[in-house]
Design a protein. Structure first.
Length: 398
């Protein structure tokens, strides 16, 4: 590392708070549906809204704030995120909940963009995968501690208490950013030149598409994991919380090891994670009534689903050949697009009268499409590198 790793830990702490907001509500969909008197598929809009906010708002905010110093930008984003969660906790209608969730999602999308840029700049290229994995570890750990604690609070005091819990986490992370991030940031300039060139590269947009499709396959099922586990596996509402803990442990393990292996081979790590995810989803559809198999498969789904995030982020930076909050924000938005796509497709599958065990099969199909897209772009990128070997272009900072 070229400087202290403390900023990475501060960013990881913040991504923990934001990640809790993203995933904890998935364990409270039945409570939200009951509270507003709507079907579970409609309650899933709180996930869709959050993801759409990140998809649309994240890159727009990143583009509009390219000249804002990194520390000030992170503080601004987390502050708005904090108030958005307060709005969610106080909203009297499902529409207002979805809108406030969309605002929070936009803050997450923009924050992860600048966080990944900071992480990529702090370390050498050879350790980029591990640095990105460390920042993303906050998101993954939020699925172990944040989701479990949030759902315990939701079960005890109602679903709104989950968002008060997130608000407290956001305040703590805000203090961490103020205390640890340096006052002086890297120079931030408008997106032009190399960034513009990267955005005109078809391989980069294919990479973004692979992210959304592969990740979306997981969330076709995971968005509705609570009612699915209750109906298919016979798990009680309280048991679901602990089953989500198993999923979260898989997340942490998958993200950590994927970061390490990504520094050795981004392509092999990504393909392995996607193939394992496809297999686990298919197996889940056949074994979802066996509680032992469910426990094992939830861990595998968490490890594989989130294990592809660090290598795909690293691959996007490699393809773009530039580190920029805007480039990284679009990458984060692509994952959130996958969440939105997955939750929307899953809801449509249920509305058409299919059983919950159809969700993993459809998810495996979508992830398979993502795998094909990634293999295609990886081959195209390898060919482009071979052509450009005689004329290397240095990585630029924008």
């Amino acid at each position: 590392m070229r400087s202290s790793p403390l900023p990475l830990y501060a960013l990881a702490l913040t991504s923990f708070a934001l990640g809790t907001a993203e995933f904890a509500p998935n364990g409270q969909l039945l409570s939200v549906a009951d509270g507003f008197g709507v079907p579970v598929a409609d309650a899933g809009l709180i996930t869709t809204g959050f993801a759409l906010g990140g998809v649309i708002g994240g890159p727009l905010i990143a583009a509009a704030t390219l000249r804002v110093p990194h520390k000030l930008l992170t503080v601004m984003l987390v502050t708005v995120f904090l108030f958005a969660n307060i709005g969610t906790a106080l909203s009297p209608t499902l529409l207002l909940v979805v809108l406030s969730r969309a605002l929070a999602g936009a803050m997450l999308g923009a924050f992860m963009g600048v966080a990944i840029t900071i992480a990529s700049d702090i370390v050498t290229p050879a350790r980029r995968g591990r640095a990105i994995a460390l920042v993303f570890s906050g998101l993954t750990i939020s699925n172990v501690l944040g989701v479990v604690i949030g759902n315990l609070a939701g079960n005890a005091w109602g679903w709104r208490s989950v968002f008060w819990f997130v608000t407290v986490l956001a305040v703590i992370s805000l203090f961490g950013l103020v205390a640890v991030l340096p006052l002086k940031s890297e120079a931030v300039v408008a997106a032009s030149g190399s960034v513009g060139t990267a955005l005109r590269t078809g391989r980069l947009w294919l990479t973004y598409a692979a992210m959304a499709l592969a990740y979306g396959g997981l969330f076709i099922m995971f968005t509705y994991v609570e009612p699915m586990l209750q109906e298919r596996s016979g798990a009680s509402h309280g048991t679901v919380v602990w089953l989500l803990l198993v999923f979260g442990v898989g997340l942490v393990a998958g993200t950590h090891f994927a970061g390490v292996f990504a520094d050795r081979s981004v392509r092999a790590t990504t393909v392995t994670a996607m193939v394992v995810l496809i297999g686990a989803l298919i197996a889940f559809s056949f074994l979802d009534t066996n509680i032992v198999a469910v426990i094992v498969l939830l861990g595998v789904l968490g490890a594989a689903g989130f294990g592809m995030v660090p290598p795909l982020q690293s691959f996007a930076v490699e393809v773009a050949n530039v580190t920029s909050p805007f480039i990284s924000a679009i990458a984060s938005a692509s994952f959130l697009a996958g969440v939105s796509l997955g939750s929307a497709v899953g809801g449509e599958v249920l509305r058409r009268g299919f059983d919950y065990n159809a969700l993993p099969v459809v998810g495996a199909g979508l992830t398979s499409v993502g795998l094909v897209v990634f293999l295609t772009v990886a081959a195209l990128h390898k060919r482009a590198l071979l052509k450009a070997q005689a004329f290397p272009v240095p990585l630029s900072i924008n």
